[in-house]
Design a protein around this ligand. Structure first.
Ligand code: XMP
Length: 317
């Protein structure tokens, strides 16, 4: 029978013999998978592993700083790269969801490659690929592979002649979490909701600007903190806020306002392939709506997404 301890010991042995004294580079996302994969590789080969964590300007509020700090606390040899402006420049004026994904993927590869070139004699690329990612990228007919280009699998540019090492590619998500807990990775990372690679760019419908990102970060922060403070975070598989490309009329004092609308989304799921909207308590939703409208400048209306997948998707883009 599968146990995390047996898996960890066998994997570390396997990584040691495979990698030997070579160097490995690996991109971290702040998510569970890459964090657990990096920790396993680090246990096997220590500082022969260099991790790269890119701030694409599309992460949650304070996420880059907080996660970078956690990685350092975990002993990982990690380089934090502030590339916000490079991503915003590449995204300027793009409105099509797939065009945004492609631009983000392209810039990520450029930034990552720049960093990888700074490491002398690197031979391997570490990846946090898990079993469902392998299945999904093999079955090109699968709905999300054709509808949305998930680019976090096999994102290896041709010009990098690196071999791939993927210690989690036989595991399901719950097993990855179990391994992560056994490796004593902080619960703030292990229990974290999934977050898409293109980040807030696919939750800002239409074109991306730094100002829109800031607005959405504030809204998302209030919602996620609210879920945590009300003991709801762990009952939800994924949650977030979406900035809609429309304005609506409101009233403040005796002034008419014409400001943005945000949607809140919270779903239950096992693997993201299907999902149900969560029946969050009305009282909680009301509280979130008030807080968001009172505290976030430029937002005067909050709606809650009550669509399940299928036929809706979890993300709006
Ligand atoms: P959808 O919207 O297809 O999302 O129901 C299913 C899961 O996949 C995530 N997602 C992505 N993750 N790159 C990613 O790394 C992407 O382009 C992407 N699109 C969606 C989504 O957050 C959900 O967990």
């Amino acid at each position: 029978d599968w146990t995390s301890d047996v898996f960890i010991d066998a994997t570390i042995e396997d990584l040691k013999s495979k990698i030997g004294s070579d160097k490995v580079v690996m991109g971290l996302s702040g998510g569970v998978d890459s964090s657990v994969a990096a920790t396993l590789i680090h246990r096997a080969i220590g500082d022969q592993l260099t991790c790269v964590f890119v701030d694409n300007g599309l992460l949650r509020k304070n996420e880059f700083e907080e996660v970078l700090e956690s990685y350092k606390d975990m002993g990982l040899n990690v380089i934090g790269v502030d590339s916000k402006q490079r991503f915003y420049d590449a995204l300027a004026g793009l409105t099509d969801p797939e065009a945004k994904r492609k631009a983000i993927g392209r810039v990520f590869i450029e930034v990552f490659d720049d960093e990888a070139h700074k490491i002398d004699g690197v031979k391997w690329l570490g990846q946090g690929t898990i079993y469902p990612d392998v299945i999904e990228s093999v079955s090109v007919k699968g709905p999300s592979a054709t509808i949305k280009s998930h680019h976090n699998v096999g994102g290896l540019p041709d010009f990098m002649k690196l071999s791939v090492v993927e210690p989690l590619n036989t595991l399901f998500k719950d097993e990855v979490r179990e391994v992560g807990r056994a490796l004593e990775i902080p619960e703030t990372i292990i229990g974290r909701h999934p977050f898409p690679g293109p980040g807030l760019a696919i939750r800002i419908l239409g074109d991306i600007t730094a100002e829109k990102v800031k607005t959405l970060q504030e809204v998302d922060h209030i919602f996620i903190q609210g879920l945590k403070n009300h003991g709801l975070y762990d009952q939800v598989w994924q949650a977030g806020a979406i900035l809609l490309p429309i304005q609506s009329v409101g009233v403040m004092g005796d002034e008419r306002t014409y400001e943005r609308v945000v949607a809140l989304r919270a779903v239950g799921s096992v693997d993201g392939m299907t999902a149900d909207w969560i029946h969050l308590p009305y009282e909680f939703l009301g509280k979130m709506s008030n807080e968001i409208i009172n505290r976030v400048k430029g937002v005067n209306r909050v709606v809650y997404d009550i669509s399940s997948k299928p036929p809706a998707t979890i993300e709006w883009e």
